[in-house]
Write a protein that binds this ligand. Structure first.
Ligand code: AFP
Length: 313
């Protein structure tokens, strides 16, 4: 969508860019509310308590005070947005029904602070959001109407798609999000790989794929944070992230509803692909809210190559 003449892309703020996508006003409002919540989350990350909350989540993972605070900030914003009917986050044990089913409402699945355990060593973390129309999140990721993440790094950036390309906004000194990249696209193959998990627990096919990548000179880039690791591959337009099935953890570690589906939506919108090793992530019909899936996500040819090695087994 070309901008009005005389406007440089750096003057385009998030709300205006969303309006140019010709989407429902409620969806514009919802994404802007989530973006606004990110300003309070970044403040909590920069100054908040790094201790434990004394509770654990659905996965038995100890919750940090920041996990709980970030979740509360976003949840409150979603509830008061007036356009959300159901909410689910990584920090919740069950879906929260906010409003009865009605037209123009959305369901939101989110990881409020993915990688939170990295904050106390000052590494980048992020918020990941999946948006469906209607009141259920237990649908294949391909039916999402939007996905976004907010990356709390040296700069705060927000990357979103409503199915019409992938666009990056960066927070300026006034804490406004301004357009910095539009219609981000990925190359067919790349030279970065992010191998999650423990290599000594990889199956033979994944081990052979990693050796193939090393032989072709690919560079290992892995921070332990899904958002910065995906952001690097997306913005450089080249590479693959994987968190495969591990011996002892056949479904890997990452959550389908609020980590893999939104990231797969964004990567596919940028021309990449995402698979669980058998089928595209976005085609998986979720059985339960806490479902985990192995993942190979990034450049289309790199993901295809990974599947070749897996299928040789
Ligand atoms: P935490 O949220 O517990 O820090 O886990 C982060 C994460 O879910 C995802 O952001 C990373 O890609 C992945 O785990 C890293 O897992 P490993 O530490 O097992 O490599």
């Amino acid at each position: 969508m070309p901008h009005e003449p005389g406007t440089t892309k750096f003057q385009i703020d998030l709300r205006r860019h969303l309006r140019e996508q010709n989407i429902c006003d409620n969806l514009v409002h919802l994404i802007c509310e989530i973006a606004e919540a990110g300003k309070y989350v970044i403040n909590a990350v920069r100054t908040g308590d790094l201790g434990v909350a004394g509770t654990s989540n659905l996965y038995g993972e100890e919750q940090l005070a920041l996990d709980v605070l970030s979740d509360r900030i976003i949840k409150k914003r979603l509830i008061h947005s007036g356009v959300v009917c159901s909410i689910l986050s990584e920090e919740m044990d069950e879906v929260l029904n906010v409003k009865p089913e009605a037209d123009g409402l959305y369901s939101v699945g989110y990881d409020p602070l993915d990688g939170s355990s990295l904050v106390d060593v000052n590494l980048a973390v992020g918020t990941i959001v999946s948006i469906h129309s209607g009141c259920t999140l237990l649908k294949p990721g391909r039916s999402q109407v939007a996905a976004l993440y907010i990356l709390y790094g040296p700069r705060v950036s927000l990357v979103y798609s409503v199915g019409k390309g992938v666009h990056e906004f960066t927070m300026n000194h006034l804490m406004e999000y301004t357009l910095t990249r539009e219609n981000i696209t990925m190359q067919p193959a790349g030279n970065i790989y992010s191998p999650g998990g423990l290599r000594n627990k990889y199956c033979e096919g994944v081990e052979k794929f990693v050796r193939y990548l090393e032989a072709k000179g690919a560079k290992l880039r892995y921070s332990g944070g899904f958002v910065p690791d995906i952001n690097q591959i997306l913005l450089k337009g080249k590479g693959i992230f994987m968190y495969p099935a591990l011996n002892g953890s056949p479904k890997g570690k990452l959550r389908l509803l609020f980590e893999l589906n939104p990231m797969a939506y964004l990567i596919e919108q940028a021309g990449g692909s995402a698979s669980n090793g058998s089928i595209p992530i976005l085609d998986i019909m979720p059985d339960e809210i806490g479902q985990l899936e192995p993942v190979f996500i990034g450049c289309k040819d790199d993901v295809e190559k990974a599947l070749e090695f897996l299928n040789e087994e």
